[in-house]
Each structure stands twice: as structure tokens, then as C-alpha cells.
Design a protein around this ligand. Structure first.
Ligand code: PHE
Ligand code: CO
Length: 313
């Protein structure tokens, strides 16, 4: 089944050692974690922290029915993530293990790319241990346990998506070899974090960045500003992205099998060889090869976006 993922002889169980020539963001490892960046145990949360989870959960559930992908809603249900309080990783890993062989492991903060790839390649999802404070209820810079567990974990209960995430992790080895981590990062961004899927009932969101936030689901699916373009892996990997505002462009898949096949079957060796070091397309661009679902007015971004207080219409 693994056409295009020719990493024969690659030892995915061993932590890869990226050369110093690979362009990657420097992160300072806290002294209490080892090379794997794993916390010795999940945090123990206070009652107020469990209440933050419950309030965030309740707020998302006002928005997500009819907007979240059916695989996501099914995952929430199967894993019983709404039982109250921050989920226990041990129990979550046991349930997820039965469904797709994945586990959830606690990390203190954003971890380096090569460590992240290594965990994914071994079906471990690293999740931020801490939970946001009430002061940062709407918007956080670093992924916390709500973003990671509520946003990402339900999709991992789907077998096709679970395979995609593992293949993505393995693909990190090749991206490091070609020094093209930014391009592979753009694929993650536009699928795992901000992906849309076409379902019988209409467009839905499956990206964790959309599903874990208060306003992006409505914007991504219903606003007139953003472009919605059918996913093309080569195109997406050449496209810049914003990390601190709503997206000007979303990419749409026809099914999770479509996502899996498009990415697994494309030979990234060939893609990387033809790719420059930076991005080719602005995140607002619509280009002539695009298969456009709906073209946006981009008015939110043209009016200056979040920093200008523009309305997300
Ligand atoms: N087809 C990709 C390669 O040749 C591997 C890949 C699979 C990448 C799934 C991302 C997601 O490297
Ligand atoms: Co995320």
C-alpha cells in the first residue's frame, strides 16, 4: 500500500538525528525532559483547570454540530471526550489503542520537528500537558491540552486518518534529507490544522486549528472572505501560511481516503527536487491550476485582519 513512501531501510523506531544543515526553529529543551521530550507523567490538574476544559468543550459544542467532519464527531463520541474534565491520557491511549493503535503522550510545549516526526511515525501523538488560563480563553500561541486533545485526537480514531498521520511522521525523514521542512509543514497546516472536507451534507471542518477555536469554524465554512480550493499536494506545499490569524485560504478534500491517497502516492523525492527553499505562492493567491470550490472576496484580510479589528465576514 505504501507507494511513494520509499524510505526502505529507515529505522523509524529510532529518533532521527537531523544534521545541523537542516533549517529548523531552535527550541530550548527544558531540563526535566529527555531527548524524547516526554513528560514523565501527565499533569495533575486543579478543579479550576478541569472547569476550563469543560467550558471550552461546551463552547465548541455550540458551534460544531453540522460544521465538524462526521469522523471528528464520531471520534469525540467513541472516546467519550465530553465525560467532564481534562481527559486522562492513560485511558485515552487505551481506548485509542483499541481503535487504531495510537496513543497520546504528554509533552511540555511545542517540540522540535524531528522529535515530533518520530512520535507520529510510531503512532504516538504528543499533546501539550498544560491548559490555557481563562485570560487566554480565545486565543493561545502554544498548543495546550485542549487544542491537542479536543482538536486532534478524535480524528485519530478514524483508521484512514490514523494511517495518514503516521505516514506524515515518516515523511519527515525525507523532508529533513531534502531540507524542505517548511514545505512539509505547509501540508500539515492546510490539512491537519485547517483542512475542510466535502460531505454529503456540505462542507465540514476536520482541521484541529478550526475545531478547537471559537470562531474559525463559522469563518472557514460560511464567510465570504476566504478562498476554498480543492487540495492539490504540490500546490499546497508551495503555499505560505499565517499562524496568528484566520486563514485567507482553506483546502478541501473529497474524503479522508482522497487525502491519504493523494499524499501517499505522490513521490515527494521528485517534488522536493523541484522545490525552491521558500514558498512560491502567497496565502491569498488563487492560481490558474486551482480547482476552486469557492473564490473568496478576501475582504477580512484586505481590511487588515485581526490586528486591525476587521470583521471576519
Ligand atoms: N508520499 C510521500 C513521500 O514520498 C509520503 C507522505 C505520505 C507524505 C503521507 C505525507 C503524507 O515522501
Ligand atoms: Co495542532
Amino acid at each position: 500500500m505504501e507507494t511513494g513512501l520509499d524510505l526502505t531501510g529507515q529505522a523509524f523506531e529510532r529518533l532521527p538525528d537531523p544534521s545541523s544543515e537542516v533549517f529548523t526553529a531552535p527550541l530550548k529543551r527544558p531540563p526535566h525532559v529527555g531527548e524524547d521530550w516526554l513528560e514523565p507523567a501527565q499533569r495533575v490538574y486543579g478543579a479550576d483547570e478541569h472547569a476550563v476544559w469543560d467550558d471550552l468543550f461546551a463552547r465548541q459544542m455550540e458551534v460544531l454540530p453540522g460544521r465538524a467532519a462526521s469522523a471528528f464527531l464520531a471520534g469525540l463520541d467513541k472516546l467519550d471526550l465530553g465525560r467532564g474534565g481534562v481527559p486522562e491520557f492513560a485511558r485515552l491511549s487505551r481506548d485509542l489503542g483499541r481503535l487504531t493503535g495510537w496513543s497520546v503522550v504528554p509533552v511540555p510545549m511545542l517540540i522540535p520537528d524531528h522529535v515530533f516526526f518520530w512520535h507520529l511515525a510510531n503512532r504516538r501523538f504528543p499533546a501539550g500537558n498544560f491548559i490555557r488560563t481563562r485570560a487566554a480563553f480565545d486565543y493561545i500561541e502554544e498548543p495546550d491540552v485542549f487544542h491537542d486533545v479536543f482538536g486532534h485526537v478524535p480524528m485519530l480514531a478514524d483508521p484512514t486518518y490514523a494511517d495518514y498521520m503516521q505516514a506524515y511522521g515518516r515523511a519527515g525523514w525525507k523532508a529533513m534529507r531534502y531540507n524542505r521542512l517548511k514545505a512539509l509543514g505547509a501540508l500539515y497546516w492546510y490539512t491537519v490544522e485547517f483542512g475542510l472536507i466535502e460531505e454529503a451534507g456540505g462542507l465540514r471542518a476536520y482541521g484541529a486549528g478550526i475545531l478547537s477555536g471559537p470562531s474559525e469554524a463559522v469563518f472557514a465554512l460560511e464567510a465570504r472572505s476566504p478562498n476554498r480550493i480543492y487540495l492539490n499536494v504540490d500546490r499546497v506545499m508551495r503555499t505560505d501560511y499565517v499562524i496568528d490569524d484566520l486563514q485567507p485560504t482553506y483546502f478541501v478534500i473529497e474524503s479522508l481516503a482522497d487525502l491519504y491517497h493523494q499524499t501517499v502516492e505522490r513521490d515527494f523525492d521528485r517534488l522536493y527536487r523541484g522545490l525552491g527553499p521558500g514558498f512560491t505562492y502567497a496565502n491569498t493567491a488563487v492560481i490558474d491550476i486551482d480547482n476552486v470550490h469557492s473564490r473568496g472576496t478576501l475582504e477580512y484580510h484586505l481590511r487588515g485582519g485581526r490586528k486591525s479589528g476587521a470583521r471576519p465576514v
